[in-house]
Design a protein around this ligand. Structure first.
Ligand code: SF4
Ligand code: SF4
Length: 403
């Protein structure tokens, strides 16, 4: 956007260019051809906004309407991709995936705004494409998709990635084809990234086993934080609506420890801002999270709350339990992280009382560190395990803990 500033007699004084790229923004003033002043967007433009609004699954449409009213996402005539968090087949009451009521409300709202087309899709899990329909069916997300579901894992294109991890990754074609992406993360903790919010939800744009391969390529949690941001950067979504009606605490992203006392819907057009608000609600300093640091360095936004416009009441959730390794000192200290995830430390342990011997965890281990033991209970090869948490995420019985 370029504005002209004129004096009282109508003579041109300055031209001011406002720019916004991937959520980062700024301004430059021009006299003649050369820029003569640069500054922060916030001096002349509104700060990135995060809406915090009361919601329940019975009345979530009211909160979704409020979010669309505030942010006015421009979806008319556009190809819209709506991406819920569909981690794995589960009952919606387990709060592992975006609640179907939130997805349905967003789909219906977008429908009413005249888009060219709508696709609802995600790439659950880390292994087989066939699991996609199954996950959507079992979670109730298929019904909530109102016929717009597409298995976005069955058509992908290769794109350049960060050479430090993998030079090339496959990305769901539907992601690249979309004019407008609405991301629907869930308010959850995550054992590796502390929280699984707006930025982490984009990890699902990678189909199939690549998610696990990237875990392996990253090698440790500190670098995994960085890899998550690199995936997010492949296609930054345009709008974020977070299901925080019921949240997850403890050892997420598939923990049995739920918080049904949150009762909120969050919305933003900037993922860094939204995740900063979520971290604060969880009682964690956003500035200590490596993935937010990396996102800020990449110009994707700011986690400094003074740089954000929070619409609604932002307050920490009382007695919120972060993941076991989620303490700020650990998060911010790569050496400590390295040590805690070192070979002799954290490993998956199977609770034989809960395990039903389905073998899903064995199938999903990218480095074949799990195998079925004699009692039809998985055993881990501690030397091969890269503590990626994938087996824990996939276990339908919540029979795996890492300790
Ligand atoms: S996924 Fe869970 S229930 Fe299935 S074999 Fe592994 S530990 Fe057991
Ligand atoms: S055993 Fe589990 S935590 Fe270890 S590498 Fe395999 S999937 Fe990851």
């Amino acid at each position: 956007m370029i504005f002209s500033i004129v004096s009282a007699n109508g003579a041109l004084e300055r031209k001011v260019a406002l720019w916004k790229i991937n959520g980062a923004s700024g301004w430059m003033a021009f006299r003649d051809e050369a820029p003569d002043k640069r500054g922060e967007w916030e001096e002349i433009m509104p700060k990135p906004r995060v809406m915090i609004h009361p919601a329940s699954y019975e009345n979530v449409r009211d909160a979704v309407d409020k979010a669309f009213e505030l942010f006015r996402p421009d979806v008319r005539g556009k190809k819209v991709l709506i991406k819920p968090n569909a981690l794995r087949a589960s009952d919606s009451r387990e709060a592992i995936v975006t609640h179907p009521a939130v997805l349905r409300a967003v789909v219906e709202k977008v429908e009413s705004l005249g888009p060219a087309s709508i696709i609802v899709g995600d790439n659950p899990g880390v292994f087989d494409y066939g699991a996609n329909e199954e996950v959507f069916n079992k979670t109730g997300l298929m019904d909530a998709s109102k016929g717009y579901f597409k298995n976005i894992g069955d058509d992908s294109v290769k794109v350049p990635f960060n050479e430090e991890f993998m030079p090339v990754v496959s990305l769901s074609k539907a992601v690249l084809d979309a004019d407008f992406i609405i991301s629907l993360p869930r308010f959850k903790t995550h054992g590796l990234t502390v929280l699984s919010g707006a930025i982490k939800n984009s990890y699902g744009i990678l189909p199939g086993a690549q998610k696990a391969m990237l875990h392996k390529a990253a090698g440790n949690p500190y670098r995994f934080h960085e890899a998550v941001v690199d995936v997010f950067k492949l296609r930054v979504p345009d709008f974020f609506v977070m299901d925080a009606v019921v949240g997850m605490e403890g050892n997420g992203p598939a923990s049995p420890d739920l918080r049904d006392d949150i009762g909120l819907l969050l919305a933003s057009d900037n993922a860094v801002a939204m995740d900063a608000v979520v971290a604060t609600m969880m009682g964690c300093d956003p500035g200590k999270l490596r993935f937010l640091q990396k996102a800020k360095e990449a110009g994707l936004g700011d986690y400094d709350l003074s740089m954000l416009d929070v619409i609604g009441e932002l307050k920490p959730i009382p007695n919120f339990r972060l993941p076991p390794l989620g303490g700020e000192a650990v998060i911010g200290n790569p050496a400590l992280l390295e040590m805690m995830f070192a070979r002799t430390k954290l490993r998956p342990q199977v609770d034989s009382e809960k395990c039903i011997g389905c073998g899903l965890c064995v199938d999903h281990c990218a480095v074949s560190a799990l195998s079925m033991g004699s009692a039809n209970t998985p055993v881990v090869d501690a030397d091969s395990c890269i503590t990626c948490f994938c087996c824990q995420e996939m276990c339908p019985e919540k029979a795996i803990i890492l300790k």
